[in-house]
Design a protein around this ligand. Structure first.
Ligand code: ADP
Ligand code: MG
Length: 238
C-alpha cells in the first residue's frame, strides 16, 4: 500500500506539452482509474508515476518521499502493460521468476511467491508452458502475476484488458477487482473504456488534452459532472 502525490506535474516532448500542471493525491489502497480519449496523456502520466520517464516540471512523491528523480526499480511499484511483454522463450514459471532472480531473492522465497500468485490467478496448470502456448487471457494473467510476485506497494495497469475479447474482459475485470480487495494494494488503472472505469473505480480521474477535467467517485461524476465533456464521456444524460 502506498500514497502517491503529484504536484504540478507537467510533461513536454520537445515543444509539445502533453501534460499541464497535474495535481493529484492517490490514497493508500485506493483503486483510481484514469480515463479519457486516446492521446489525452493517460499512459504518459502512468509512466511518470512508474519512473519510466521524468516530468519536465513538478514533483511526484510516494508516502511523503520525493521520488521524482528516483529510478523506476527503486520505487516499489509494478507496472502491467497492455501488450503483456512476456519473454516468449521462457516458461511461465521463468517469466514469473525472472525479476526476482535478478534481485537475488532466495530460491525458496521465489518458489513460494510463484505458488501463491499462480493459485490466486488460476495459472498453476500452465507454469511449464511458454507464452505462445497460452490464450490471451492466460497471458494477461501471467503478466499480472509477474507484478504480484514482486509484492509491490502499488500496481500501475495500462489498459490491461484491451487485448482481450469482450467476455474475457468482463471476467478478468472481476478478477482484478477481487485481487484489489484481497491485496488491499493501491492500484492506478488506465483505460479508455467508461464501463471499466465505472465498474472498478473508487475514484475516476477524467483527463482531456493533458489536463484533469474532474476527479470523483463514479456516482459523483455520473450525478454531477462539472462540464459537458465529463457528462458525455461518463455517459450521463445532459
Ligand atoms: P493516451 O495514453 O491517453 O492515449 P499518451 O500518454 O500515450 O496518451 O500520449 C499523449 C500525447 O503525447 C500524444 O499526443 C502522444 O502522441 C504524445 N507522446 C507520447 N509519448 C511520446 C513520446 N515519447 N514522444 C513524443 N510524443 C509522445
Ligand atoms: Mg495509452
Amino acid at each position: 500500500m502506498s500514497r502517491i502525490t503529484l504536484s504540478k506535474v507537467a510533461k513536454a516532448f520537445g515543444a509539445v506539452k502533453v501534460l499541464h500542471d497535474v495535481d493529484l493525491d492517490i490514497a493508500e489502497g485506493e483503486l483510481i482509474v484514469f480515463v479519457g480519449p486516446s492521446g489525452c496523456g493517460k499512459s504518459t502520466l502512468l509512466r511518470l508515476i512508474a519512473g519510466l520517464d521524468q516530468p519536465t516540471t513538478g514533483t511526484i512523491s510516494i508516502d511523503g518521499k520525493d521520488v521524482t528523480r528516483v529510478a523506476a526499480a527503486d520505487r516499489g511499484l509494478a507496472m502491467v502493460f497492455q501488450s503483456y511483454a512476456l519473454y516468449p522463450h521462457m516458461t511461465v514459471r521463468q517469466n514469473l521468476a525472472f525479476g526476482l532472480e535478478n534481485a537475488r531473492m532466495p530460491r525458496a522465497e521465489i518458489d513460494q511467491r510463484i505458488t501463491e500468485a499462480a493459485r490466486m490467478l488460476d495459472i498453476a496448470p500452465y507454469l511449464a508452458r511458454r507464452p505462445g502456448q497460452l490464450s490471451g487471457g492466460q497471458r494477461q494473467r501471467v503478466a499480472i502475476g509477474r507484478a504480484i510476485v514482486r509484492n509491490p506497494t502499488a500496481f500501475l495497469l495500462d489498459e490491461p484488458l484491451s487485448n482481450l475479447d469482450a467476455e474475457l474482459r468482463i471476467s478478468t475485470r472481476a478478477e482484478l477487482a477481487a485481487l484489489h480487495e484481497r491485496l488491499s494494494a493501491t492500484m492506478i488503472y488506465v483505460t479508455h473504456d467508461q464501463t471499466e472505469a465505472m465498474t472498478l473505480a473508487d475514484r475516476i480521474v477524467v483527463l482531456r488534452a493533458g489536463r484533469i477535467e474532474q476527479v470523483g467517485s463514479p456516482l459523483e461524476l455520473y450525478n454531477t459532472p462539472t462540464n459537458l465533456f465529463v457528462a458525455g464521456f461518463i455517459g450521463a444524460p445532459r
